[in-house]
Design a protein. Sequence first.
Length: 158
Amino acid sequence: MPLQRVTIRPVVATGSSFIWRKIVNEFTIGELSRLTEVNIETIRYYEKIGIMPHPPRNSSGYRVYSTPHLERLSFVRRSRELGFSQPEVRKLLTLVDEHQYTCAEVRDMTARQLVTVQNKINDLQKMEVALTKMVGECAGGDIPECPIIDTLLSAGGH
């Protein structure tokens, strides 16, 4: 017995061919995973910690996800990709769920995240400079003395 109900409709006509779009109303966990590119274990974890609501189960005991699950998981995934922490994602979801947010509040959270990302980029650029210098100072070869190792040893952990 298939888990999903499917409606097929044309989206774009190009000459005599159509690009078809599949509109799915129900998903298995595997389908949800493929659609959102979030692994199954992560979906279950998000359910366990309350970021994702527990879906209903069919008569066979399998989870049955719907479009709201897909939309929420996509929101979570995108938020995580942008570097929001789990507590920050939870806060964003709470604001959305309770319809009690202002654009200014969300903007402030996003601006704080932007500063965090900019600081990380700055740190990565410093790392790039240091690594480029080390690579440039090392000719490679078969000599036992390596300037990279010497640099790392002399850095004293800093």
